[in-house]
Design a protein around this ligand. Sequence first.
Ligand code: NAD
Length: 436
Amino acid sequence: MKISVFGLGYVGCVSAACLAGQGHRVVGVDVNPVKIDLITAGKAPVVEERIGELTAEVVASGALRATTDVAEAVADSEISLVCVGTPSAPNGSLSTVYLERVAEEIGEALAKKSERHTVVFRSTMLPGTCLDLLIPILEKASGRTAGVDFGVAVNPEFLREGTSVKDFFDPPKTVIGEIDEASGDAVAALYEGLPGPVFRVPIPVAEMTKYADNSFHGLKIGFANELGSICRALGLDSHQVIDVFLADTKLNVSPAYLKPGFAFGGSCLPKDLRGLVYAAHRADVSVPILSHVLASNDEHLQRAFDLVARTGKRKVGLFGLSFKPGTDDLRESPLVELAEKLLGKGYDLKIYDANVSLSRLMGANREYIEGRLPHLGQLLAGSVEEVVDHADVLVVGCKDPDVLAALPHGGDRVLVDLVRLPDAATRRLEEGYAGL
Ligand code: NAD
């Protein structure tokens, strides 16, 4: 198929490269010229396992190209996948400004096209957004009728940053919300041959399924971390407890997101929990459990800070800055928040994160760091050793093998383990070890 992908962020550039790898012809569209230049040069705009090689391969073969020209991309494709960001609005709801802009641009391009085209929204959005907001914009800008003159579908994305290429080819499920059967058929054809169940559902149901997933993931992490904190206070090994819990697959659930560790973050779980709670309150539905998941997460972040504070030492080395391993994404990263808390309290901090340095070198994340985190950007070290040499307290927020290899045992330095190091069970018995 000929596909246009709007928004070449974490979701869009992975979808574009993977679909091109499946034999489709793909054109990516973004407003950010840095991303267009990177893809044109065969480079991925995000750090993610396998995405670099895949992008180089599909750009070289001509299966993937990138442009800022919306009209040309719509004219040259049968189906458009919209993957633009939907960040939190100041009131906790979801900002739809990027979605609205793209819907208008695609609508204008549709006005000039005679063949049927299908517009597929992959961005996460609250139920009602597509039917009540985006379809009217598409119809107004195109002068045409959705479900008659052009197709519309909502196809939420379930990939996880860090393993997104693998997740694309092995999705847990495919959810297709369709305005008519032809629209759903067009989306189903995109993923033909991929495993996992396919659900064809009404559009608002498809929108809501993504919130069911993300709020449950947040809830699981909060539950595991609270359980972990109680275990620690009682002198128990939380992972021994959780391993027994997880072995019971009759009554319990998948182990994903259920290992006690550090706080969650990133561009999805916090903003989607906020958005869902906002939508519930607007609908006069009281949701005490979901309302407190983020508060539980904040509490856990404070615990990590307290571990550092209790050492009484001031020179701190932090390993990891992105919100989880395998990605350079810094949005709502709990490690960024921890670094800011430490900095705010006057700690002498140095940070090392291989993925963040790499993406900064590529120019991909430079804008984000220089624009939003200049105070942390200047603390980034070029090597693991630089951080080890600097610090009296080493805070381990990622399991980078280079970092693990450089961690001292015992001695004067204190190790604050946020990720449950592979040898945590023995380290717990050593002096100078503190774990979450
Ligand atoms: P992102 O911020 O990384 O990327 C969005 C891209 O859209 C940016 O490159 C931006 O320049 C571009 N853009 C903005 N306006 C545009 C326009 N008018 N035309 C073309 N491009 C435009 O976002 P993301 O993390 O890829 O997330 C995209 C959506 O997918 C969000 O709704 C998110 O909630 C959802 N989602 C994200 C993940 C994830 O792991 N990141 C997983 C599943 C779903």
